[in-house]
Design a protein around this ligand. Structure first.
Ligand SMILES: CC(C)(COP(=O)(O)OP(=O)(O)OC[C@H]1O[C@@H](n2cnc3c(N)ncnc32)[C@H](O)[C@@H]1OP(=O)(O)O)[C@@H](O)C(=O)NCCC(=O)NCCS
Length: 178
């Protein structure tokens, strides 16, 4: 029996946009991981990529050895108020059928490393309740729960709570602070 080689992790390029949004739109249409309810237009997809051209807003992809995109992850702007520039919010999506194989873990590790190298201090994540894979992925990389925002989202006729998590990547911790 041969085992598949590990995925390759690299920076995303404009050529990856169709694959990135193919993966994302599956969750737009069928999942609760994103509260987007309509697919992004090609113009919106390009604008999204344009907003990720600086080192502190990385987009990375995992590909197989043939170059097919299996998943992606990004650091997004948390707020357009400049004092929040030390903080980013992460997104991570693996292609349906390729989940639970360790690809999310690979992308998360690399994303944290890139965000740290770019000088970001805090990563935030919003995880919809009822998504144990995402919650375990974040907790397994040191994210801690800030709190639960109750009943903030409604999709497919169901109301959702959303958990806000934070990861300090600048060495700060409550013990250092006090
Ligand atoms: C959430 C997601 C990114 C995780 O990536 P993945 O490649 O499936 O996860 P991995 O195989 O790397 O596993 C990561 C961790 O989650 C855990 N996990 C994976 N699937 C799980 C499941 N179905 N139930 C519970 N835990 C699970 C694993 O045990 C692993 O933890 P460990 O390292 O302690 O063993 C992926 O499932 C996905 O894209 N889901 C749909 C979109 C989504 O929810 N995105 C996140 C938005 S916040």
């Amino acid at each position: 029996m041969t085992t598949a080689p590990p995925p390759i992790i690299r920076d995303a390029t404009d050529a990856d946009l169709p694959a990135i949004f193919d993966i994302y739109h599956e969750q737009v249409a069928t999942g609760s991981a994103t509260f987007d309810t309509t697919p992004r237009t090609p113009e919106q997809q390009r604008a999204w990529m344009d907003a990720h051209r600086s080192p502190n807003r990385p987009v990375i992809v995992a590909t197989d050895s043939a170059g097919a995109v299996l998943g992606w992850a990004s650091v997004n702007q948390w707020s357009d108020r400049r004092a929040y520039d030390r903080t980013g919010e992460i997104s991570i999506y693996i292609r349906a059928g390729m989940r639970g194989m360790g690809i999310g873990r690979l992308l998360m590790r690399q994303l944290i490393d890139r965000a740290t190298a770019a000088g970001l201090c805090v990563l935030l994540a919003r995880v919809t309740e009822g998504n144990p894979a995402s919650l375990n992925l974040h907790l397994g990389h040191g994210f801690v729960t800030v709190g639960i925002m109750h009943r903030v989202g409604e999709k497919f006729g169901r109301i959702y709570d959303v958990r806000l998590l934070e990861l300090h990547i600048d060495g700060w911790s409550p013990a250092v602070q006090s």
